[in-house]
Design a protein around this ligand. Structure first.
Ligand code: F6R
Length: 272
């Protein structure tokens, strides 16, 4: 696990966009796992900026989003299809035919889940999976539970998640109760995972996820088992981590004010 703490959210965005751009430069046909929500917005703005400056091209890349609501038309601005078009896809050269999201309006939702897993497999798996974290420790829409599904599946959204996401809708009543999400098995199969979190309201769950016991009751804690996890945090989200325990962990590179510029993680761990 590599944890990097940034003095500002902007610096985090820049570093995260550098990581994603770095992967694409090393492997133009990279398969990206993408997230929605508030946290990645600055990263996507940076990627658009880098694309406009000619620093990165997504022409040969493929992407898979983590999740989509069930029963919300793709044309609705709150859908994750619309979010991705507005905040990334409409502004870069990633062909829409290779920018995948689960179809939350499929007639047969179970078949849609199997189709999505098969597509990820066909693409060769995910090279870099970008993740945010929910206040209850969810990743994608894998909500805390006694057991978790490995593959893409249908979920009932937790009340806390619906309340948190109500900010993107006119009212909580409009927030769908179900979603399709990639499972933790697929997420953990990604060759590299980049978890990002910002803000004091994430400090507790970040500590539980990274320092707490590994349990399906905090799905993000399963990320501790991943061999190549990079965690990018702003100072507020990192506030409750304990530096001594971080330093004791093998491979942890803890910076307090640092700006992560070197991409040594790529030179030492070539993606194949
Ligand atoms: C969305 C997703 C969710 C969010 C999480 C945090 O695709 O995967 O797990 O990452 O709900 O959302 P924000 O970033 O809005 O705090």
């Amino acid at each position: 696990m590599n944890i990097h703490v940034f003095a500002s959210g902007d610096q985090l965005d820049e570093a995260c966009a550098d990581l994603i751009g770095g992967i694409i430069r090393i492997k133009p046909r990279a398969v990206l796992g993408l997230a929605t929500g508030g946290t990645p917005l600055g990263v996507y703005r940076r990627l658009i900026g880098d694309y406009r400056k000619g620093l990165v091209s997504f022409r040969h890349a493929t992407s898979f989003n983590l999740d989509e609501y069930v029963g919300l038309p793709e044309s609705r601005p709150e859908s994750y299809h619309a979010y991705m078009r507005k905040n990334l896809f409409d502004h870069i050269d990633l062909p829409l035919s290779r920018a995948h999201l689960p179809n939350g309006n499929a007639a047969d939702l179970e078949a849609e889940c199997r189709r999505y897993d098969a597509l990820v497999e066909e693409a060769g798996g995910i090279d870099l999976q970008l993740l945010g974290i929910g206040h209850n420790g969810h990743i994608g829409f894998n909500e805390p539970d006694r057991e978790l599904a490995a593959g893409t599946h249908l979920v009932h959204l937790a009340d806390t998640t619906r309340r948190a996401n109500a900010r993107f809708f006119n009212s909580i009543d409009e927030v769908p109760k179900q979603a399709i999400t990639m499972g933790v098995g697929t997420i953990l199969k990604a060759k590299m995972i980049v978890l990002i979190a910002k803000g004091a309201d994430k400090a507790d769950i970040v500590r539980r996820a990274l320092e707490g016991p590994i349990t399906t009751e905090c799905p993000a804690s399963l990320l501790q088992t991943h061999p190549r996890l990079i965690v990018l945090l702003d100072r507020d989200a990192a506030a409750r981590l304990s530096p001594p325990s971080l330093k004791a962990m093998k491979g942890v590179d803890f910076q307090t004010d640092g700006y992560y510029t070197d991409l040594k993680v790529f030179s030492t761990n070539k993606l194949t």
